[in-house]
Each structure stands twice: as structure tokens, then as C-alpha cells.
Design a binder for this molecule. Structure first.
Ligand code: HEC
Length: 146
């Protein structure tokens, strides 16, 4: 009995969250945030196959993680959860594969988003975020503890 009740609460909470998400995107009154990547090394136009800031290491990587934290909070947290801890509706980004394989998948999804039956479950960010900002977010999520 108890588990059934908990389950239905979880489902209700999920439905509510989805409703909020479609409201947010339906009205366009919550603008995705441009990200200030000042201090991060500029990247060539072509999308890198692997997180360039992780490869650079040192201060560039530290700064990328810092910038990524705020970029994540203003663009991704409402679906993927505060501090990248998913509430279960959208995937937990800390669980992505490490290294280049995870990087490629990350960039693919973030740039193109994800749509199902003609509606976006996740909006594409390629027109909104610079490549520098996307890698900064990846730097942040890959360093959030599980
Ligand atoms: C409107 C809600 C929403 C927003 C905002 C959003 N996402 Fe998503 N995201 C989703 C959903 C839903 C999925 C699951 C799609 C699927 O089934 O692959 C997803 C999938 C992903 C995946 C693939 C995860 C996996 O395990 O396969 C990545 C990476 C990702 N999102 C990154 C981001 C980043 C980075 C941002 C912010 C720049 C962001 N998302 C913003 C809803 C969102």
C-alpha cells in the first residue's frame, strides 16, 4: 500500500514538473542565459571532440568549472536538478561517461537538444551557448560528486 502511494506521489510530482517545463518554454518569458566566458581560452569554430579545458588542465580547467557552475544553474538546473543532482525526470548528468565518449554525447545533446513527437523535451543550445560555455558546463558536471 505504502509503496503504491509513494509511487503515485512520485508520478504526480513528475507530471507537475513536466507541466512547469512546458510552461516555461511555451511562453518564452524565461530566456536562456548567455554566458560570460571571459578568461577561458577561445576555441576554434569546429567543435572539439574532447573537453579542451580538461585537456589543458590547471587554471583553465579550474576556471571552466567555475564558469560552468553558474552557466549550468541558469540554463540546465531547472530540468537536470540543482548541483547536477537529478530529481529523476531528466537524466543525471553526473552519470555520463567520462572522457571523450561522454564528451561527444554531451555536445551532441546540448547542441541539438532532444525532441519527441514534434516537441522539444530539451531545447537545442547551439544558437544560445558558445562552445566555450558548453565545455565549461561539461567541466562542471563531470566534477560534481556522485
Ligand atoms: C526543458 C528541460 C531541459 C533543459 C532546460 C535541459 N535539458 Fe538536457 N535533457 C532534458 C531531457 C528530458 C533529456 C532526456 C532526453 C533523452 O531521452 O535523451 C535531456 C538529456 C540531456 C543529455 C543526455 C543525457 C544522457 O544521459 O543521455 C545531456 C548531456 C543534457 N541533457 C545536457 C543538458 C545541458 C548541459 C543543459 C543546459 C545547457 C540542458 N541539458 C538543459 C531536458 C532538459
Amino acid at each position: 500500500m505504502r509503496t503504491v502511494k509513494l509511487l503515485s506521489i512520485a508520478i504526480l510530482a513528475g507530471a507537475f514538473q513536466l507541466g512547469v517545463v512546458s510552461m516555461v518554454f511555451g511562453h518564452g518569458d524565461v530566456q536562456p542565459q548567455a554566458v560570460d566566458t571571459e578568461g577561458l581560452e577561445k576555441l576554434p569554430e569546429e567543435i572539439a571532440p574532447e573537453n579542451p579545458y580538461r585537456l589543458m588542465g590547471g587554471e583553465q580547467y579550474t576556471l571552466a568549472i567555475e564558469i560552468g557552475a553558474s552557466a549550468y544553474n541558469s540554463n540546465c538546473a531547472r530540468c537536470h536538478g540543482l548541483e547536477a543532482i537529478s530529481g529523476g525526470i531528466s537524466p543525471d548528468l553526473r552519470m555520463l561517461e567520462e572522457g571523450q565518449f561522454g564528451d561527444e554525447w554531451f555536445m551532441e545533446r546540448v547542441r541539438k537538444g532532444y525532441s519527441q513527437n514534434g516537441t522539444y523535451k530539451m531545447p537545442p543550445f547551439q544558437e544560445i551557448l558558445s562552445q566555450e560555455a558548453m565545455w565549461a558546463i561539461r567541466s562542471y558536471t563531470e566534477n560534481q560528486p556522485l
